[in-house]
Design a binder for this molecule. Structure first.
Ligand SMILES: [Zn+2]
Length: 356
């Protein structure tokens, strides 16, 4: 067998394995996951004028041009979600896609305050979403939990509203408080929100070190008690920060395609992922806004698997790392870990590196 043929065989085996293996995703936004057909349906319901009327046109519009265009897309999508049934439709489609990709566990960000500002009723949405999540668990075998996102750069009152919504619905699959938006706005003003979240049993994750440098990650740790960092790619610029992340086992939620599409790194080959990995930082792989970046968790695994020439054991380890850092109760984590391990063991894959 020539080496080219054997490369192809290895790659084929890797892709097959990735497609079928159980996966978990920790960083994906519901609003950025709505594919064109569902978006067209929602827009028709809500009488929102989209720049195109067919799937191909919508997909072209959804292609990233620059940050302002990205925001315009995000706000337009948000206007297509108002009644509880709209959120149910978007979430049901999201869960079906999860099931097709064998993503057995997902934590999804939801920017609830934008929807409330657009006229949605937060309590009704929480109620409706809980129904859909329960159905997904029962009918499709996929679990979904919510992270309510505070947006740094909007009206400060919305942060109070977000925290309140999350605390009111702890019994409806809400597990965390997040911080997103423009990193030029510091995390410090949200210190109190995150302190209350911690006391009341909400987990904390913060988008940081994506648009801004390592200082934003230090801020997220100091002011928000972040248990995980969304993106965090610019941690590579600060060796002391790398030490802290490694010692405290604070994982990064990496979304390489998102970083490339948003122009934060020039190409996948130049992504700092390998340097972060070699520095011993735990990390998970994520799609962030799959509909907007034309990606999926499966595609992220394929791209990174190729980039780092990962073997099946390393791929399994990456899936297990996401579970290890999921905002789950220990009993639920253990039972999911067992499901994952059993599947991998049946493929002859075990002894993978945990926690890396
Ligand atoms: Zn994100």
């Amino acid at each position: 067998m020539t080496s080219m043929t054997s490369d192809r065989t290895v790659r084929h085996e890797r892709f097959e394995f990735i497609r079928r293996m159980p996966k978990a995703e920790l960083h994906v936004h519901l609003e950025g996951s709505i594919r064109a057909p569902t978006l067209l349906e929602l827009a028709a319901r809500r009488n929102v004028e989209l720049p195109a009327r067919d799937v191909a046109g919508i997909e072209r519009w959804l292609t990233f041009r620059d940050f302002d265009h990205f925001l315009e897309i995000y706000l337009t999508i948000s206007r297509c979600l108002r009644d509880p049934e709209d959120f149910q439709l978007a979430t049901a489609a999201f869960l079906e896609e999860r099931a097709r990709e064998n993503i057995l566990y997902t934590e999804a960000h939801l920017t609830i305050s934008t929807h409330v500002a657009n006229g949605a009723n937060g309590d009704e949405i929480a109620e409706a979403l809980a129904e859909t999540v329960a159905a997904g668990e029962k009918d499709l075998g996929v679990r979904l939990r919510w992270i309510a996102d505070i947006v740094r750069n909007v009206d400060f009152g919305r942060a109070d509203q977000t925290l309140e919504w999350a605390l009111d619905h702890l019994d409806k699959y809400v597990v965390g408080l997040g911080l997103s938006g423009k990193e030029s706005h510091p995390a410090q003003p949200f210190r109190e929100h995150f302190a209350v979240a911690e006391t009341e049993g909400l987990h904390r994750t913060v988008h940081a070190g994506e648009q801004s440098g390592a200082a934003a990650i230090w801020d997220a740790l100091e002011h928000c008690g972040a248990e995980r960092i969304g993106h965090g790619i610019r941690a590579v610029e600060d060796p002391k920060l790398l030490d802290v992340l490694r010692e405290r086992k604070i994982p990064l939620e990496l979304s390489p395609t998102s970083n490339v599409r948003l122009g934060l790194v020039p190409s996948l080959e130049e992504h700092p992922l390998r340097r972060l990995h070699d520095a011993g930082i735990p990390w998970s792989l994520n799609s962030d806004d799959p509909a907007l970046f034309h990606t999926s968790l499966t595609q992220e695994f394929e791209a990174v698997g190729d980039l780092m020439s990962m073997d099946l054991r390393e791929l399994a380890g990456l899936s297990m790392t996401a579970l290890e850092h999921a905002f789950l109760e220990d009993s639920e984590r253990t039972s999911l870990q067992r499901v994952f391990r059993t599947w991998f063991a049946n493929q002859g894959v075990d002894g993978f590196p945990d926690g890396r």
